[in-house]
Design a protein around this ligand. Structure first.
Ligand code: ATP
Ligand code: MG
Length: 221
């Protein structure tokens, strides 16, 4: 589902952030991505959701070599990837409900086909009573939950989450990961970057560990 061959990434000429990364994440799998701050986790995720192009090597997604794709095809592919950004990226003038359902509206789906699901999902993440709140009035953890709800709302084939539990208490963190586990059971491929040892110890999924530009595949904790 997600494959990297010999991928390197450098932002400026001084050094590679990622060097010769080889990676193969089969469809329907679940992976944690770990490593110290600055190791390149966010950078690696950006390569997966096609926000960056590698400086070298090849990223293959859903069987397609992304270096060969036109802008239009890249945009189509991006729509099949749900992303939870480390800095949330909510739209400030839209309510919680409108932020979460925006991708569906952009995709042209009728509200009657998703309204109930959206409300149920927002209840699940504990935001049922904040539907009309604006992002500026939410706590960090609440924003994080909105970002997660938005990423999963469209039922993407791949979900990439960058520190999705960084701002919530351990209980809520586990609840959010359980939501992703449920989606994974239905076939969604999930990659979660996290510093949270509790997560990879509690959930038995393989771990990809980044350090000094190199990626190591570790088994479940
Ligand atoms: N847009 C950019 N331009 C230049 N350097 C960058 C850019 N983005 C990241 N970097 C550098 O790349 C390295 C990896 O950053 P990245 O954000 O991928 O790390 P990370 O593992 O996600 O860290 P954290 O755990 O703190 O989120 C860092 O040294 C960072 O300074
Ligand atoms: Mg990061």
């Amino acid at each position: 589902m997600i494959r990297m061959d010999n991928v390197s990434l450098r932002y400026d000429s001084r050094r590679d952030v990622l060097t010769n990364i080889a990676l193969d994440i089969p469809q329907g799998s679940f992976r944690f991505l770990t490593g110290p701050s600055g190791a390149g986790k966010t950078s690696l995720l950006k390569l997966i959701f096609l926000a960056h192009r590698p400086s070298g090597g090849r990223v293959t997604l859903m069987g397609q070599d992304t270096t060969q794709l036109s802008r239009k095809k890249l945009a189509l592919m991006r729509r099949q990837i749900g992303v939870v950004f480390q800095d949330f990226r909510l739209i400030e003038h839209l309510s919680v409900y409108d932020n979460v359902t925006l991708p569906l509206r952009i995709a042209g789906q009728r509200p009657s086909s998703w309204h109930d699901n959206a409300v149920e999902l927002l209840n699940w993440v504990g935001l049922g009573d904040r539907l009309s709140a604006l992002p500026a009035t939410l706590s960090g953890g609440e924003k994080q939950r909105v970002a997660i709800a938005r990423a999963v709302m469209t039922r993407p084939k791949i979900i990439i989450a960058d520190e999705p539990t960084g701002n919530v208490d351990p209980e809520m963190g586990e609840r959010l990961v359980r939501l992703l586990v449920e989606l994974n059971k239905m076939g969604t491929t999930i990659v979660i970057a996290t510093h949270d040892k509790l997560l990879w110890e509690n959930f038995e999924f393989p771990r990809l560990h980044l350090e000094d530009g190199q990626l190591t595949e570790l088994g479940a904790a």
